[in-house]
Design a protein around this ligand. Structure first.
Ligand code: G6P
Length: 607
């Protein structure tokens, strides 16, 4: 995920401070790096693709002159990793430099407008519209600060930005909308950064900017204003007592917990898929004679959930297949009329790529959904979309799973629209619910976390766990079981609840815990029957329910609530969250490190 940093100091030497601070943002993951400073009425820039040390070796980042500057570590979203796409980005006259973390959704329209006015763009990034917009506003008579404000008001999407200009060389203007940005208040300098660790060795005084804040930094003072009404506001200075290690995880004890908590943000990003590619994908899916959804591990569970979404929303039958079985299972059935949608967070999983290769050799159309620009999957797909989750460091996938589900739901809705299978009102209703999902997840984390931390103690000696759900919740139960098994090393099974009577029920006895996934959908009544069966055999019951489902609460030993009404096709996104927390706290309770489960790798690049 991109990292931004800015430094306004009294003395020269900003470049070295920026360089060292960017090093402390390396853990976020990146592919390119760049810095810009102001000196002698000019902006000086060094940037390139590669790791900070490599770029520094070639360009010597530290010899940029001046006391004011900005820096960036880029994690590519729009435009491949390259020198020209690396930040900072400048206007036509090299007087304004911008670093940005986030996604500008309306960049194509803005770019076309600015090109029409004669602006020349150098990169393929969405970010570059910002310096050109500011330049245009200045040309029309605005002051630098006014020009920034007017530009920010035109941006749709998310951003944390830091902006400098040679026209007013003593300051940085920075602003945030849906991407984090924090000020560091030092004695001799002020800083802005994506994350506290960036400036922690320089100062432990931080001001957390809030949505819609714009901050203007000079070396000895700063002011914060609301973008909306330009009212000046005070924000409290917090003293940060974190060790550098804690700071990387933003105070969370593990990356997995940090990533679970990042889901409201990563889901908001997943609500901004690239329109054009989504439409193209929807067209390919609509026209295919047969559609295979191919993936491994957690991504396979996303595919399984997606198969219900495509069927329920678009009346499109699709076949979710575990990638390692693809060639053997359906290989001969794949042909020129087939479309394969490969889902892979890393875009590098060997089994998924092998399935894609097989499909390509049989002239099928390959579509990709991944989190990593420039990954092999992006290169071998006819069309791909990015899930925009930022790097995930915990080996067990969490935020990337829910983001995959959200992109797939949007894709299913597009196919439904193409096929005319859902009414205008239904589309509107689901679109509204899609937008609410990040908030539902946020509330669900808040309300369950402490409770789960407590109840894992009660269940930690269960002989094994069974996860049961029906319909689309089958995918949720499989994912909940995978999380618990892979990080807490607890034996666990998951089945569509209807199958439990055909075998698994013979294992049930009082030392077993059964976790039921119970959204208020058509399967709820039948699930209640399954709960009764398991209770009758002495199993402990934990249910994941929609807020206020009193009937199931009464039947359960413990319950975890999803806070909000979620339509059936979106339910896995919210219902999996308590299960992620359950697995996490169970691993911690048992004394394991959830970030590094034994024998597992984040990306499995061998077959
Ligand atoms: C490994 C990881 C899982 C992941 C799976 C597929 O097993 O540990 O978390 O779901 O690979 O990875 P992909 O990058 O293809 O989604």
């Amino acid at each position: 995920m991109c990292g931004i940093f800015g430094c306004v100091s009294k003395a020269d030497g900003a470049a070295k401070i920026i360089h060292e601070s960017l090093k402390r943002l390396e853990y976020r993951g990146y592919d390119s790096v760049g810095e810009a400073t102001i000196f002698d009425g000019r902006i000086h820039v060094k940037k390139d693709q590669g790791k900070i040390d490599e770029v520094h070796k070639v360009h010597n980042l530290d010899d940029l002159p001046g006391s004011v500057g900005i820096g960036h570590t880029r994690w590519a979203t729009h435009g491949a990793p390259s020198r020209v796409n690396a930040h900072p980005h400048l206007d036509c006259e090299d007087k304004i430099a911008v670093v940005h973390n986030g996604i500008i959704e309306n960049f194509s329209e803005l770019k076309a407008e600015l090109e029409g006015l004669g602006h020349i763009f150098k990169s393929k990034t969405d970010t570059e519209v910002i310096p050109h917009l500011i330049e245009e506003n200045i040309k029309r008579g605005s002051s630098f600060i006014e020009a920034v404000r007017e530009a920010l008001k035109r941006l749709e999407g998310s951003y944390a930005v830091a902006i400098i200009t040679s026209l007013e060389p003593d300051k940085i203007v920075c602003a945030r909308k849906e991407s984090p940005l924090i000020l560091g208040v030092g004695e001799k300098a002020l800083y802005c950064a994506s994350d506290i660790p960036a400036f922690l060795p320089l100062t432990n005084k931080a001001v957390i900017l809030e949505e819609g804040d714009v901050a203007i930094l000079q070396h000895d003072r700063y002011e914060i204003r609301r973008l909306e009404d330009w009212k000046q506001i005070a924000r409290e200075i917090q003293v940060i007592a974190w060790t550098p290690e804690m700071a990387e995880k933003q105070g969370y004890p593990h990356f997995m917990l940090k990533e679970i908590h990042e889901q409201p943000l990563s889901l908001r990003n997943a609500l901004r898929p690239q329109e054009l590619y989504m439409d193209l994908m929807a067209t390919f899916l609509d026209r295919a004679k047969n559609v295979f959804l191919v993936a491994c591990g957690t991504s396979y569970h996303a595919c399984l959930a997606a198969s219900y979404m495509f069927s329920k929303l678009a009346y499109l039958p699709t076949y979710p297949i575990i990638a390692s079985e693809f060639a053997e299972h359906v290989g001969m059935a794949v042909n020129i009329d087939s479309t394969i949608l490969a889902v892979s967070q890393s875009g590098e999983t060997a089994d998924t790529l092998a399935a894609v290769e097989h499909a390509r050799n049989r002239a099928a159309t390959v579509l990709g959904l991944t989190n990593v620009v420039g990954s092999t999957l992006t290169r071998v797909s006819r069309v791909y979309v990015l899930q925009q989750s930022g790097p995930e460091i915990g080996v067990a996938a969490t935020k990337t799973f829910t983001a995959q589900l959200l992109v797939l739901a949007q894709l299913a809705l597009r196919v439904a629209k193409l096929r005319g299978k859902v009414s205008h009102q239904e589309v509107k209703a689901i679109e509204k619910k899609l937008k609410e999902i990040p908030d539902v997840v946020e509330r669900t984390i808040k309300v369950n976390e402490e409770k789960i931390r407590q109840i894992v103690r009660k269940y930690k000696d269960s002989r094994f766990f069974v996860f049961l759900g029906r319909g689309i919740s089958t995918a949720t139960s499989l994912e909940g079981r995978l999380k618990l098994m892979e990080i807490a090393y607890v034996p666990a099974f998951a089945f569509p609840a209807g199958e439990s009577k055909h075998g698994p029920i013979s294992l049930i006895e009082p030392s077993v815990t059964v976790i039921f996934i119970c959204p208020r959908d058509r399967t709820r009544k039948t699930i209640i029957g399954n709960i009764m069966e398991m209770k009758a055999r002495g199993a402990s019951i934990i249910s994941v329910i929609e807020e206020g489902d009193e009937e199931i609460k009464q039947l359960s030993d413990d319950y975890l609530e999803v806070l909000g009404e979620v339509p059936e096709v979106l339910s896995p996104i919210a219902f999996v969250v308590p299960l992620q927390l359950f697995a996490y706290y169970m691993a911690v309770e048992k004394g394991y490190n959830p970030d590094m489960p034994r024998n597992l790798a984040k990306s499995v690049t061998v077959k």
